[in-house]
Design a protein around this ligand. Structure first.
Ligand code: HPA
Length: 304
């Protein structure tokens, strides 16, 4: 009786083991097929001409795209398997164009894990960029200031990050077409790009700090205790995005530059309460400076 019982348990274990194996394998096949379809759609739509650099614009930070000349606008809902944002302030558009002589592709609106998307879905756009042969990625986000020296309206040049999302977009069956299984993360934010950004900011009338970005899962803002924890861990600002995208970019060998727009101070650092409406309003007030910054930096980044 006991032998029969343990046979039965072993069989269940085998089934569960193979179920996980088969599911993760199918998932990785699915990712490869979805990427191929999205890439071939964009290859047709962009008629084989891709910029070196892509920019992802975060919450309320979409207007940079209006500066582009010779725009080709693609609704991301038309791109096979491209995830659609459900968040106010995130348009779903890809815009190819140029700023002076520099070609760029801009993603207006991203998706987040807190919308219920898996990490793999969240990083799908970055993987499409990588597959299209794009070399450089500029990421922007709205973030809460955790470093008490920061104030709303300041920018932070991201030098490193802390993943507090308790997951990783690279989890799953190994997909060799995306890059190494265990990517190095000693320098996910390109050091040369950081120095270009420091130079670019010199003649602009804005405050830019350098610092470490922490990413929490959201969608609730952090508690005051969590903000104190993030500070102790070494975070200077906190957001609910960006970090998964940068991990996927690192795996594919893209060079990354990142800016956080400090829209508010983290919970407990002021007496204010937080709302998405206020974050969006403050982000939109930072747009003109962000546009100046991106315009200045784009040429340097793309000529490398
Ligand atoms: N926390 C997390 N994400 C954010 C914040 C914040 O305070 N502000 C803007 N995005």
């Amino acid at each position: 009786m006991s032998t029969k019982n343990s046979d039965w348990k072993d069989s269940v274990k085998y089934i569960l083991y193979f179920k996980t194996e088969i599911c993760t394998f199918l998932l990785s096949m699915g990712v490869t097929i979805a990427l191929k379809k999205a890439v071939s759609y964009l290859e047709k739509t962009l008629s084989g001409h891709y910029p070196e650099t892509a920019i992802i614009l975060g919450s309320g930070l979409g207007p940079f795209a209006n500066l582009l000349n010779n725009q080709t606008i693609i609704e991301t809902s038309e791109i096979p398997y491209w995830p659609s944002s459900t968040v106010e302030g995130h348009k779903g558009r890809l815009i190819k164009g140029n700023v002076e002589e520099t070609d760029v592709i801009v993603q207006q609106g991203r998706v987040h894990c807190y919308e219920g998307y898996s990490m793999q879905e969240v990083v799908f756009p970055v993987r499409v960029f990588g597959k299209l042969g794009i070399k450089n990625l500029i990421v922007t986000n709205a973030a809460g200031g955790v470093n008490p020296k920061f104030k709303p309206g300041d920018f932070m040049l991201i030098t490193d990050h802390i993943n507090l999302m308790y997951s990783n977009p690279l989890i799953g069956h190994e997909n060799k077409t995306l890059g190494p299984r265990f990517p190095d993360m000693s320098c996910p934010y390109d050091k040369e790009f950081v120095s270009f950004a420091e130079e670019a900011v010199k003649n602009l009338d804005l405050t830019m700090h350098k610092g470490v970005l922490a990413a929490s899962l959201g969608p609730s803002y952090e508690t005051a205790a969590e903000i104190r924890m993030i500070r102790i861990l070494g975070g200077d600002a906190v957001c609910m995005s960006t970090v998964p995208e940068v991990i996927a970019a690192a795996q594919m060998g893209l060079r990354v530059l990142g800016f956080s727009c400090i829209t508010n101070m983290g919970t407990g650092l002021t007496h204010n309460t937080l709302s998405h409406r206020e974050v969006k309003k403050n982000a939109s007030q930072m747009n003109s400076n962000l546009c100046l910054l991106l315009k200045k930096i784009l040429k340097r980044v793309s000529n490398k």
